[in-house]
Design a protein around this ligand. Sequence first.
Ligand code: FAD
Ligand code: SIN
Length: 518
Amino acid sequence: MDYLVIGSGVAGLRAAIELAPHGRVLVVTKDKPTEGSTEYAQGGVAVALSDEDEVHIHLSDTIKAGDGLCKREAVKVLVEEGPARIVELISWGAEFDREGMRLAFTLEAAHSRKRILHAHGDATGREIERVLLKKVRSINTISRYPFAFTLDLIVEDGRCCGAFLLREGEVTAILSRAVILATGGLGQLFARTTNPPVATGDGMAIAFRAGAVLEDMEFVQFHPTSLYYPSAPQFLLSEAMRGEGAILRNIHGGQFMSSYHPMAELAPRDVVSRAIISEMVRTKSKNVFLDLTHLDGRFIKNRFPRIYSTCLQYDIDITEEPVPVSPAAHYMMGGVWTDLNGQTSIDGLFAAGEVACTGVHGANRLASNSLLEGLVYGARAGQAAASYGEAAGPQKMDIPEPEYKRPKRDFDPEKIRSSLRKLLWERVGIIRCARSLTEAKTRLSKWTVISEMDFRDRRLLELKNMLTVAMLITEAALRREGSVGAHYRSDFPARGKNWQRHINIRKEGSGFRMNSAS
Ligand code: FAD
Ligand code: SIN
């Protein structure tokens, strides 16, 4: 194989398309090809394409939301290359919603212009995944390998040259000229999340074990409005609903956002999530309500068909009654450090999409910027990996099958998984402090032994990765003694010293080394 792409969401597929003219490409994914956050993305994709918008306004909104920690050059690339990537996607068949012949743009929190394109109302991610998968299927140099779990990267003499995959109980070594990691996020580390089950932070753990630098691990974004209804699964209620006029109310029916922020319902996500938590504490309740009942029912059904029908399955008619919601872990701003071309700190290893940390989102991602990031940086990582692979040449080496001794297992993995998710939600969640983080660290250290074991089972491997990444988030959150963007410390509510530095972590021996870098 010439190129290995791990993950088939927006970032992995876009990278594979770019690599295709340069050799044989294998796209592996641990579940069915469509299972990932991309498929579930609702609100839309932000792009400066409307008549009232400009690239520099998109740039400044992104930087403002990032709360001082965005890397300007990375944002510039995103907003400048975004329009071409979207036009290209439309030329491949993407059907974004239109008003008459013109593309329809909507508003979301912290955007100063209507710039969110959406598809089939609230099924934007599904449309993007459909078009990219169709394109990939039409290219004969790309093969797909679903239900193949990436265990670890193969790194020889400091160069990444493939990965070990687990499929149907068998381990296979895949060698390649370059590897692109596009494994998505880690919402499943938290008891409340909008993310699908595959989002267990595997790519970050795999890259950490291989020696890559990870950055900004303390910055986890919590979405303000996830369905909170005992008999229903957790389900996102898009921010676009607030963009269209939905109101947040506490359990007594009171509207509260305007007393927390001048932009009220459209304040940045971290502000809205914390305001909801404060209101829940104040009213001793487990949720607040998202109210759309003052909007036209037909409009709601047309604009949010997927959300409307999902809620109706659980006997909630969003056109007639306020919907119970509470915040949930949604997006990881940090991840595997990369340069503007997706190059990580390991030769031959590239990363793109949510697993990567390009610095584009800073401390808080602007809504609907991640699908765009997947397209722009997926393509860039593909180009850079192709150039690297052409210079490096094919891989020819004997890789012995890794030795495997089934570990003695005297723990209940499902119980630990559930305890871990609760621990992170309660102690490393929306509001953190030294005490909660230290408690989390102490509990996590009791499970370190599991993160050092070797397994041949997807659930156990996910648990191992979740434990590793949980430790990295907790350590970075402890290190940042200040509140910036989505990272809020109740014991350090101000920004703190050296707040503009980024925190880097890499493996060292059996532990890690953490640095602050500007
Ligand atoms: P994903 O799409 O998550 O794909 C990850 C891939 O990696 C999957 O194929 C998975 O199987 C594979 N994988 C993971 N681990 C392994 C492993 N060990 N071995 C092999 N394969 C592996 N963003 C927006 O911009 N606009 C929105 O409207 C929006 N709405 C959202 C709504 C929801 C409910 C959620 C959860 C997210 C939303 N986001 C939105 C965020 C956005 O969808 C994601 O950040 C983005 O889709 C991530 O794309 P990706 O390609 O990096 O990863
Ligand atoms: C949403 O639709 O609210 C999610 C948008 C995003 O996460 O970018």
